[in-house]
Write a protein that binds this ligand. Structure first.
Ligand code: HEM
Length: 405
């Protein structure tokens, strides 16, 4: 973890004892276990607020309380930059994610209206039907590669249903989803954004001109401070929903399935008492936080005895908050009876940008657990085909081979 970086590349305001070398895109061992790889930063020798020389250099709070506090402070820590990858923020221009308060608020309100609880409840039977159909197809096979045959498919179906487009569109959206979830380097980020925009354009235009009752229409019919959405704003918002709601849900399904495959006792618990499934979904989402985000400082900030400078980048990994023993007792243990307020953990973020799709994602997790556990016999990891993960802003399984009798 000690750095061999040339001291000349470390900014003057970064004290030498804060410097480490930790590549957020490739922590050692992340291809086998993304979560464990991050926990290497719990080493007491590593500062609570470190500066990593990797990826051009940025701050990296390693203690849970700091991660959560900074996440909740949108005034001093802006989400405009989007990522430590240079240029990504300028390409994506997400609404509402890359807007700071107060500009963020009217857009956020509109999006929240679109995701209203009653709409999510109304969606549940459709999510259940898709889930059931997929499981029915997989069950006789006795084995599957879970990510491609389940985790990547459900969020695309759900998204298409939300925006009320023909399910045949799946064929167009699937390759895009795959580039998003498992980028193979064949597309630049700009190409990926353009492909998403091209796919979304006809729907954005149609919903602006003639709103229906779908998600985009519901959001776009809420005025922004008394005026209509512009096409560009609408496109940036729809792009944010597409990019925000595929990769993340895919990762969530993978982590939940892997946990249950490794822990048959937990499968048995949930099969014996399906009433605890909602609490189990919350706990599994806390235990396996897959998202990490970037902020840029809007002013100089003193924290943990060090002064960070305006313009510095800082990376907030939810895993370092949720799995910090100072934040949650025995944090690596999955305990379905844990008293948990989902707003306390940071799987879905914290503060003004907290995930607008949190209710939808939770519903998808609950339906998955209910349907999979009631239809499938006990399942396990395939001992001959090791699971693989990848790190990144969304850490996820890339291969997860399951078997059942
Ligand atoms: C398990 C699944 C999901 C996880 C773990 C997740 C995680 C997150 C996190 C951590 C944030 C905060 C980002 C930040 O502070 O920089 C966020 C925001 C957001 N998420 Fe999700 N998300 C999930 C599902 C979804 C879904 C299904 C959608 C929509 C279809 C969605 C859309 C968004 C949007 C639009 C924002 C930005 C909100 C704002 O800036 O006000 N997410 N999500």
């Amino acid at each position: 973890m000690a750095t061999s970086a040339d001291p000349a590349t470390i900014p003057d305001h970064v004290p030498a004892d804060r410097v480490i070398d930790f590549d957020i895109f490739a922590p050692p061992g992340a291809d086998r276990d993304y979560f464990a790889a991050w926990l290497a930063l719990r080493d007491p020798a590593i500062p609570a607020l470190a500066w990593t020389t990797a990826n051009g250099g940025h701050w990296l709070p390693t203690r849970g309380d700091l991660v959560r506090e900074i996440w909740g402070d949108a005034g001093r820590f802006s989400s405009e930059s989007l990522a430590v990858v240079p240029g990504l923020g300028e390409v994506m221009e997400f609404i509402p994610l890359q807007l700071d308060p107060p500009e963020h608020k009217p857009f956020r309100n509109a999006v929240m209206r679109g995701f209203g609880n009653s709409h999510m409840v109304a969606m549940t039977p459709l999510v259940r039907a898709v889930t059931r159909e997929l499981i029915a197809g997989l069950k006789p096979q006795g084995a599957c590669e879970f990510m491609q045959s389940f985790a990547e498919i459900v969020p695309i179906h759900v998204f298409l249903t939300l925006i009320d487009v023909p399910v045949e569109d799946r064929a167009r959206l699937r390759p895009l989803g795959q580039q998003l979830t498992r980028p193979d380097g064949s597309m630049t980020v700009t190409q990926l954004r353009d492909a998403a925009d091209e796919y979304l354009r006809p729907y954005v235009e149609a919903r602006l001109a003639d709103p229906g009752d779908d998600l985009f229409s519901r959001i776009l019919s809420v005025p922004i401070e008394g005026r209509a959405w512009t096409f560009s704003e609408a496109q940036r918002m729809c792009r944010n929903l597409l990019f925000g709601g595929l990769d993340t849900v895919v990762a969530m399904f993978g982590s939940i399935a892997a946990h249950l495959a490794r822990n048959p006792d937990d499968q048995a618990l949930l099969r014996a008492d399906p009433a605890i499934i909602p609490a189990a979904a919350d706990e599994l989402m806390r235990r396996y936080p897959t998202v990490a985000v970037t902020r840029n400082l809007t002013c100089d900030v003193e924290m943990d005895g060090v002064t960070m400078k305006e313009g510095d980048l800082i990376y907030l990994a939810s895993v370092l908050h949720n799995l910090d023993p100072a934040s949650f007792e025995d944090p690596e243990r999955v305990d379905f009876t844990r008293e948990l307020n989902p707003v306390r953990h940071t799987t879905m973020g914290n503060g003004v940008h907290r995930c607008v799709g949190a209710g939808l994602a939770r519903m998808e997790a609950i339906v998955f657990l209910e349907e999979w556990l009631s239809a499938m016999p006990e399942f396990r990891l395939d001992p001959d085909r090791p699971a693989r993960m990848r790190a990144g802003n969304v850490g996820a399984f890339t291969e997860l081979h399951l078997r059942w009798d």
